[in-house]
Design a binder for this molecule. Structure first.
Ligand SMILES: NC(=O)c1ccc[n+]([C@@H]2O[C@H](COP(=O)([O-])OP(=O)(O)OC[C@H]3O[C@@H](n4cnc5c(N)ncnc54)[C@H](O)[C@@H]3O)[C@@H](O)[C@H]2O)c1
Length: 321
């Protein structure tokens, strides 16, 4: 069993991907790393855990050599809203980080997972049932790094034979770790606010339709893609995946079926609204279904019920501490 290295492991995805990988492949075989320096007790609880800045090539080389890494899930990045606030830093982390990962993968023959995004599309992309292969002219620095990342990963696959694989992930909804500065963060905030305050002020307009997925489906998709028979992959970087195409009003209504007093009002943030308006309303993910059996389990209703139940337990546990 080759060792797996996860970069950006303390983020929204890594907080659930690392435990899932450890369950499937063994705790000692999955090395969690992040830019954040944890206190010794925190690092011990997450062991094996190490500080790793993906923009520092030598740190990646050292980790891959020391742990004999065979597979890298490269999650470290700045997300859409954070990237727009700091475009130069976003280019450095998202592009130099990926380049360093691909170079170390080339040297040591590692498999690489790259999380692209619906942000890799732009205003000239068909917005409904967005095809797997289509126009990709994003207008955000985040989207530009994702398209360039997809192309770079494909280049390393065709030029150097590196086994790179990627997903164009939609907005992810989860309860373990907070989202990290994306345009779809409102979807997660809505659930917390419903249980804590009974109301939420949304930064996107009520009718903004975007693709979403519940985190368990996203984690399964990443691991299934990485384990899929490479001969069946018509595309590598990156497969469209989605589980639902929903608006803030529809998520609010789904929550209100469980929390009847829940109310949502709207104060649109022009920066994040402009980003959302440049993205698809719904993706065509038939290639992922066909090539490697992508099959999400949670629709809006199933996700809402599970999310609220898990969050209720999490908030109750936090109160009793
Ligand atoms: N969460 C989503 O909805 C979503 C959707 C589509 C794509 N993605 C992609 O998935 C990946 C992970 O997303 P996430 O939601 O977990 O992000 P996040 O912001 O929650 O976590 C990113 C992590 O990367 C770390 N990091 C930042 N700079 C770093 C550096 N220089 N070196 C090492 N680590 C660094 C941060 O400390 C953080 O823990 C990103 O590439 C993101 O673009 C996420």
């Amino acid at each position: 069993m080759p060792t797996i290295l996860v970069t950006g492991a303390l983020g929204q995805i890594g907080s659930e991907l690392v435990p899932a990988l450890r369950t499937r492949y063994g705790a000692d075989n999955v090395i969690a790393t992040d830019l954040k320096v944890l206190p010794p007790s925190g690092a011990a609880a997450l062991a094996p855990y190490g500080h790793l800045d993906c923009t520092e090539a030598n740190q990646l080389h050292e980790a891959v050599r020391r742990y004999d890494v065979g597979s890298i899930y490269h999650l470290a990045a700045l997300l859409s809203a954070s990237a727009e606030a700091a475009p130069q830093l976003a280019w450095s982390v998202n592009m130099s980080g990926l380049y360093n990962v691909l170079e170390v993968a080339r040297e040591y023959g590692c498999q690489v997972f790259f999380p692209s995004s619906i942000g890799a599309f732009g205003p000239t992309t068909p917005r409904d049932s967005t095809p797997q292969v289509t126009v990709q002219r994003p207008t955000t620095i985040y989207g530009i790094t994702k398209v360039a990342g997809e192309l770079l990963c494909d280049y390393y696959a065709s030029r150097f034979g590196i086994d790179t694989r990627g997903l164009r992930l939609p907005g992810l909804i989860s309860y373990v770790a907070a989202p990290g500065g994306g345009t779809t963060d409102y979807a997660v905030e809505m659930f917390y606010h419903a249980l804590r305050y009974g109301r939420y002020t949304c930064f996107l307009s009520a009718a903004t339709r975007l693709d979403m997925m519940y985190m368990p489906d996203a984690i399964a998709a990443m691991m299934d893609l990485m384990a899929a028979d490479s001969g069946r992959l018509r595309y590598r970087n990156a497969y469209n995946v989605t589980a639902m195409s929903v608006t803030p009003a529809e998520i609010g209504a789904a929550i209100a079926r469980h929390v009847p007093s829940f109310a949502v009002d709207y104060e649109v943030d022009p920066v994040r609204q402009a980003i959302a308006d440049s993205w698809p309303r719904s993706l065509d993910d038939s290639a992922a279904h066909h090539d490697w059996g992508f099959a999400p389990r949670y629709d809006l209703e199933a996700m809402t019920a599970d999310m609220l139940a898990r969050l209720r337990s999490k908030l109750a546990a936090a109160r009793s501490r």
